[in-house]
Design a protein around this ligand. Sequence first.
Ligand SMILES: *Cc1c(COP(=O)(O)O)cnc(C)c1O
Length: 381
Amino acid sequence: MPKILTVTSPSLPPLEEYLPYLEKIWASRTLTNGGPFHQELESALAELLGVEHLSLFTNGTVALVTALQALRVTGEVITTPYSFVATSHSLLWNGLKPVFVDIDPKTFNIDPALIEQAITPATTAILPVHCYGIPCDVIAIQKIADIYGIKVIYDAAHAFGVKLHGRSILNFGDLSVMSFHATKVFNTFEGGAIICQDRKTKERIDYLKNFGFADEVTVVAPGINGKMNEMQAALGLVQLSRVSEQMRAREAIYKRYCEAFEGVPGLSVAAVPEGVEWNWSYYPLLIDSDMFGASRDDVYERLKAQGVYARRYFFPLISEFPMYRGCVGASECANAYEASRKIICLPMYPHLEESDQTEVIRALLTIAKGAHSYLSMIGEE
Ligand SMILES: *Cc1c(COP(=O)(O)O)cnc(C)c1O
């Protein structure tokens, strides 16, 4: 059995780089509650990402739940079924009703042309996702939000470092929510953040993540404990120094896959639109079973048998899970359904070794119709 290759693998700088940070934490005994590393990471991230106001969180899901609280969202929220369950779970945790709208089959993001018809008097917000870090049609979405007077909260868990026409994608909408989970482009083991557009909103978010405390004796809202601790922040500071180098490594891996699969019938990769500075976060490969000669699920199983643990991001759709089946729009998302049956994400992380990537390519091309001709192209026959 060859070694197991997973779809993501966390980037970890050498252990000795963390030690000075740990020594400082041990010396100061400041473990959490907005300590020096928390402050430092907040400013460093805001600067690197090109945003004005950023609040760190203990994870992305608590950040999503808090973001909806921060804007006092009520009633119905329009969202996409093509995402990780945490997107919609954050609505249920707030007692809100998800209304599912289909995706654009090119970008895998919510289709703005379908949003308007899903709006009712109870709609107060839209919760789109920049899926795979590919930007949503932020201009069209904002236009609708402005006309109807509703809020926009982006689930930007995949969108670390993504820019649209030179501007951070996190600056669109009322709020953007990030995840720094181990599987993401930038990680603090577990972690997250909310990006907002003004100081007053940041203040409210910071109260909410600390039980609602505005000062020692004043509680202004039924807040939660969403604080990032000093250990997480220190992990983030060490990561941060590597992130641009890691992004370049991802780009090279992405391009190598593209070269290997070029001209193979039935394989295509999600296209990143013009004007986007992307983060190379995933390699979402679309498999057309007739042309390729095997279905996506066959490919998934056969790769697994070879030690390549690719992932079906996102399958099943959120709207297929029992708690969402009855929601408005749950059974009307044909493009999302198709994507969930055709896409497989291949191993994609900065330290993926060239020989291992060759192994993934070989394992996949072996499954293709006329496999021998492709394998000879990569020098495997
Ligand atoms: C990872 C992820 C989340 C959840 O973030 P956590 O930090 O793991 O809680 C939410 N939405 C999407 C789209 C994600 O990929």
